[in-house]
Design a protein. Structure first.
Lengths: 186, 480
């Protein structure tokens, strides 16, 4: 933690080496965050760049008490949401049109989650579902917080999350079945 | 896995997802941060220029104030002890004033012996002189009084106009007296007096046509201007000038003509990495061209008269060039051009087309060496040719570069020419009798193109109206 504080102080003095070190320390983790919210690696890198520029410009606002990683992550998530709102191809889907509604299920699937499959399927979700699922299930934001961040009602966030979850489970089970069939076939 | 909820499993898998970003991502971030530093430096520079300009103007006016006070003191000393009115009259008769001044006073019809003034006017002149002998040594007060009365006289009666003339006579006589008493400083005083005579004459012109004929007035004007030019001493000191210019900057394709891209239908956007379905191929048949836009220059110059024929000036200043370029659709995306050797700043680029006008703003610090060749326009007006050469250093720019491989316009300041040599020429006319202000049209052409990249051979041509204000002393104080 002390190392982080020293690093932040050096960055505030505009030391290029310190800035690069901070970037190296968190860039891989933050690209993972950006990748979950976007549909392509190019978009993810664009969000990453915008996020880090924002981080360096607002580093003076960081209070040395909290976890630097969590602070950076929060900024990165906000940058990603703003990016999605600005982009027409993402914005359209954030409108939560009826065509994206799916039946809700409460059951807990009995499947082994594979990171690659999960990530691929998550990014196949409509952008609105994808964002809300990420915010709730991965980042741990409450529906009230998500509502504020996205500019939607809490209830909307809740229902959209339920539908996103159901759709994702349905796809995962389908993938799991196919894998089983493939393995039996061999 | 089954003992955990679906959300917990997802979080465990995805929360700590790590991916290695491309090396170029840091380059873009670093460039953006560096640009911000540059912008801060530019703001400080503007503040510095503004404050030095304000300080210069303040010094100029403060100095003028001090000069007037010094001159008044010197004149008071020059006429001390104050002679008796009678002796003044005698001295004026016995001692001969300067020839040039005598002629002018005689020509103006403002002497006591002039035909236009009656004997009954002469007495109040002497009486007024008796009452307040200091008045003739204080040129400022006399001028003020004369001006006030002249304005009144211009709209009132013949009697008032006579009073005006009376005051002028007092003024002229006092000047003669000063010169007689202070022979050592003849030239300096003559210049000073010429201006006052001119001022008095112009006022007198407005008052009465009965006293002065138009031909007389013209003669006075001509002789004043000629005397001023002839007697202006060559300053051997460096003179300080403030320079201001406003005009239009156009982009030229060499000296041949305005810059424009040739018509092309073969361009493609093969390197596009974003756009999300937006048509990046729109309006490719359009031929983008540069259009002029308002540009400004401010600077400080030191100037030295090398001989009667030539003056040398060294200037340092700031120039903001603006030009307009017609471009196509804007695409918000990072992009790499020419096999990933360059990229676009600000995460946007424009397709080729004419959908929108993009305003290019370029900020430069410029240092120039100027030669001034003074001459007389129509033998009356002081004028000068200017020939200059200099270097300008780019401090910020949002100028667009054209990429032939993708047929797009993008911004990357690092690819622009940072140091650009230029040549300039111009013509200045002096404003006022003392040639402290100059105004005239100027041209400045940058020799190097905007960038060495193919398809970007654009040279800046700045056509402006330039104003030059000298911070030199308006009137040198009379020294003993």
């Amino acid at each position: 933690m002390d190392d982080h504080q020293k690093l932040v102080k050096d960055c505030l003095k505009n030391h290029p080496i310190a800035q690069k070190r901070l970037y190296d320390l968190f860039s891989e983790q933050m690209l993972g965050v950006c990748y979950r919210y976007t549909k392509s690696m190019n978009d993810a890198e664009e969000v990453l760049q915008q996020g880090f520029i924002k981080i360096f410009r607002n580093l003076h606002q960081y209070k040395m008490e909290g976890d630097l990683g969590a602070w950076i992550r929060r900024i990165m998530v906000n940058t990603a949401i703003n990016y999605l709102k600005r982009k027409p191809r993402y914005q359209l889907d954030l409108g939560f049109e009826d065509s994206y509604l799916h039946p809700v299920t409460d059951h807990e699937p009995d499947i082994n989650l594979n990171l690659k499959d999960l990530l691929n399927l998550l990014r196949q979700l409509p952008p609105g579902y994808q964002t809300i699922f990420n915010l709730y299930a991965v980042e741990g934001y409450s529906h009230a917080e998500i509502g504020k961040m996205m500019g939607i009602k809490e209830a909307t966030s809740r229902s959209q999350y339920a539908r996103a979850r159901a759709l994702l489970i349905q796809w995962l089970e389908k993938y799991s079945d196919n894998d089983k069939k493939d393995s039996y076939g061999r | 896995m089954a003992d955990k909820s679906f959300e917990q499993n997802v979080k465990a898998e995805l929360a700590d997802l790590r991916m290695k970003p491309d090396e170029a991502a840091w380059t873009v971030i670093e460039s953006a941060l560096h640009k911000e530093k540059k912008r801060r430096w530019f703001i400080w520079l503007l503040i510095l220029l503004a404050s030095s300009g304000t300080a210069g103007v303040w010094t100029y006016y403060s100095w003028n104030e001090a000069t007037i006070n010094t001159r008044t003191d010197e004149h008071n000393k020059a006429t001390t002890p104050i002679p008796e009115p009678g002796s003044v009259k005698r001295d004026m008769m016995s001692e001969k004033p300067l020839p040039g001044l005598e002629k002018k006073v005689a020509a103006s019809g403002l002497t006591n012996s002039s035909k236009g003034v009656d004997d009954d006017i002469k007495e109040p002149i002497i009486a007024g002189f008796k009452k307040n002998p200091h008045a003739i040594t204080d040129s400022k007060k006399i001028k003020s009084k004369t001006d006030t009365e002249n304005v009144a006289a211009a709209t009132d009666s013949k009697t008032n106009s006579r009073e005006v003339i009376t005051n002028k006579i007092v003024s002229e006589q006092s000047k003669v007296l000063i010169e007689v008493n202070d022979q050592d400083k003849k030239n300096a005083v003559v210049i000073s007096e010429n201006r006052k005579i001119d001022s008095a004459n112009s006022l007198a012109e407005g008052v009465t046509s009965q006293v002065l004929t138009s031909s007389q007035s013209q003669t006075i004007k001509d002789s004043t201007a000629n005397n001023l030019i002839a007697q202006k001493p060559i300053s051997k000191k460096w003179q300080k000038n403030i320079l201001l210019a406003a005009g239009y900057t156009s982009t030229r394709n060499g000296l041949s003509g305005n810059w424009a891209l040739a018509n092309s239908n073969s361009g493609s956007l093969s390197g596009s990495q974003g756009g999300g379905g937006q048509s990046a191929f729109a309006a490719q048949d359009a031929s983008p061209s540069g259009n002029p836009a308002l540009s400004l220059n401010a600077g400080f110059e030191i100037q030295k008269q090398m001989s009667k024929r030539i003056a040398l000036g060294i200037s340092l200043g700031y120039t903001m060039y603006q030009t307009n370029v017609r471009v196509g659709n804007r695409v918000d995306s990072a992009m790499y051009f020419a096999n990933a050797r360059s990229y676009n700043d600000n995460n946007f680029y424009f397709t080729r087309g004419n959908a929108a006008m993009y305003r290019e703003v370029q900020h430069f610090i410029n240092a120039d060496l100027n030669l001034y060749l003074p001459f007389q326009l129509f033998r009356k007006i002081a004028a000068r040719w200017k020939l200059g050469a200099g270097l300008q250093a780019m401090i910020a720019s949002n100028a667009l570069l054209y990429d032939e491989s993708t047929n797009t316009f993008f911004n990357n300041t690092s690819l622009l020419a940072k140091i650009q040599p230029n040549v300039s020429t111009g013509f200045d006319l002096a404003i006022g009798k003392q040639s402290l202000f100059y105004l005239g049209p100027h041209l400045q052409y940058t020799i190097t193109p905007l960038s060495n990249r193919l398809g970007n051979s654009r040279h800046l041509l700045f056509t402006s109206l330039k104003f030059s204000m000298s911070l030199a002393k308006k009137n040198k104080p009379v020294q003993r």
